[in-house]
Write a protein that binds this ligand. Structure first.
Ligand code: BES
Ligand code: MN
Ligand code: ZN
Length: 509
């Protein structure tokens, strides 16, 4: 997909499809919400001009016929008469201008791309209203929306049933000097998001711990500021990673402990990003049975590590200075065989703590335990872990919102801001210490699983046992948003690449 920016006004553009984004018309004034009436959209002078001169009045007809009001997420489109320079036109609602942010732009650009492709347009122009926001911010968001919406993963299809028609998108009426670098940055970011999407969407017979390790090695080769170490099973044994290795034990594929380091300049900040990397989670002897256990979706159980590697790929091309970032993934499969860990087994993690495994399906936290201990020993200021940790978090927040737990308010706020700018939804959840009582064990230091109630919280409290109190630490439960069955906004069905953009913002800001 080729994206360009230009000072061209819509009246002067020639091509297949023109998308015009418009703010909603103000609601007719009334105090009582139920009697509020929204008038259909009043076209601005310049749009009227464009409509009459170039579009054969298609816009005003569309607005009148559909009573289009410019509400966010709404659109109306039509065919322009054959004598005109543009074939198709769409009006895309941006909603209330007071509520508009980068994600409004991202989503509007995405819906334009999806529409243009359905209409078999090769060239598309985007006309956005002038807005008091930094052009580099809006252009980056628009370009991200275009590229994310256009990405189609056809690696496992034998035939290309829906070929992509769209070849070029032009962002009109903008300053290319500011917009072009922003578009280039969007491309670098989206490359990382797509890596994460494709790692998540690929099945477990394609993406194994070896694939994740190879991916980390390939990323390290993209920038001289990267260093990579892959710890093999024996290395992990030497480090006493009993919790991680307990999970890995029943797989025919050897575990890989991935440590990718980015260091450029004299670091002012040192950050560790730890991703859960279960390339398949069968549940172990507490096998995932029955509908609702979603065993067939457990290839996505490496979504946290996909986000970490996706962000690393972006960092390899953005090359931010004066920062040190460690990307850490304890990757393995949770399988069953004769040497599988048994419910009730006691494992010893690398910090010496003993864990009674009362449920082998709470395996993510066991792998993360040793990864967090390892990360903490690197002397970083902050650690953020990302994990498809619990179904309970999906029950609590639904599929579109990730849970965030943190012992550090400033770090939590920095993550929340990074997520907001990225258009990724996180909701802070409580680290309710008294719930840790659920994990009391008769024989070991604690168990790995509590009751169903508050299951996402006890998961977070378990992880907290493996970080020093002095390290700012946050845990993101991304079990819901790493995968989607239906396309929406700039996400297509499949892996979403969730949290890559949040992590990138966290690293570069
Ligand atoms: N990988 C799952 C969590 C999950 C569930 C991810 C649904 C994506 C969608 C995790 O390892 C798991 O099995 N968690 C258990 C924890 C329980 C045994 C305490 C769960 O959520 O049921
Ligand atoms: Mn599990
Ligand atoms: Zn899991």
């Amino acid at each position: 997909m080729h994206i360009l920016s230009s000072v061209t006004v819509p009246q002067a553009w020639r091509g297949d499809a023109l998308a015009i984004a418009v703010f909603a018309s103000p609601k007719a004034s009334s105090d009582r919400a139920e009697s509020q009436v929204t008038k259909s959209l009043e076209l601005s002078e310049s749009l009227k001009n464009l409509d009459v001169r170039i579009l054969g009045c298609t816009l005003s007809d569309l607005v009148t016929e559909s009573e289009f009001t410019g509400e966010i997420g709404s659109s109306v489109s039509g065919r322009v008469g054959v004598d005109y320079a543009i074939r198709k036109v769409i009006l895309i609602g941006l909603g209330d201008p007071a509520k508009a942010n980068a994600d409004t732009w991202r989503k509007a650009a995405a819906s334009a791309v999806k529409w243009a492709n359905k209409e078999k347009a090769k060239t598309l122009a985007l006309a956005f209203p002038a807005y008091n926001q930094d052009i580099s911010v809006t252009a980056q968001a628009i370009a991200e929306g275009i590229l994310l919406a256009a990405h189609q993963d056809k690696r496992f299809k034998s035939k290309n049933a829906n070929p992509q028609f769209l070849e070029q998108v032009e962002i009109l009426e903008t300053d290319p000097e500011l917009a072009d670098p922003a578009i280039a940055k969007a491309q670098q970011i989206v490359d990382g998001v797509i890596l994460a999407r494709e790692l998540v969407s690929a099945p477990a017979n394609i993406v194994t711990p070896i694939t994740l390790a190879d991916t980390a090695v390939a990323i390290a080769e993209e920038s001289k500021y990267f260093n990579v170490t892959i710890l093999e099973q024996a290395d992990c044994e030497a480090l006493n990673m009993g919790a991680f290795l307990g999970v890995a034990r029943a797989s025919d594929i050897a575990p890989k402990f991935i440590h990718l380091t980015y260091r450029n300049g004299t670091p002012k900040r040192k950050l560790a990003i730890v991703g859960k990397g279960l390339t398949f989670d069968s549940g172990g002897l507490n096998l995932k049975t029955g509908i609702g256990s979603s065993i067939e979706l457990m290839k996505t159980d490496m979504g946290g590590s996909a986000a970490a590697l996706g962000a690393a790929k972006v960092i390899a091309s953005l090359q931010p200075t004066d920062i040190e970032v460690h990307f850490i993934v304890a990757s393995c499969e949770n399988m069953v065989n004769g040497s599988a860990m048994r419910p009730g087994d006691i494992l010893t993690a690398s910090n010496g703590k003993t864990i009674e495994v009362n449920n082998t399906d709470a395996e993510g936290r066991l792998t993360l335990a040793d990864a967090l201990v390892y990360a903490d020993k690197l002397g970083v200021d902050a650690i953020v872990d990302l994990a498809t940790l619990t179904g309970a978090c999906v029950v609590a927040l639904g599929e579109d919102i990730g849970g965030m737990w943190s012992i550090d308010d400033d770090f939590a706020e920095a993550i929340a801001k990074a997520a907001k700018d990225a258009g990724e939804k996180l909701w802070r959840m409580p680290l309710e210490d008294p719930y840790f009582d659920q994990l009391k064990s008769v024989v070991a230091d604690f168990k790995n699983t509590g009751s169903r109630a508050g299951g996402a919280i006890t998961g977070a409290l378990f992880l907290k046992q493996f970080v020093e109190k002095t390290t700012a630490w946050a845990h993101l439960d991304v079990a819901g948003p790493v995968w989607t069955e239906r396309e929406s906004g700039y996400n297509n069905a499949g892996g979403t690449g969730f949290a890559v953009r949040t992590l990138v913002n966290l690293i570069i800001n």
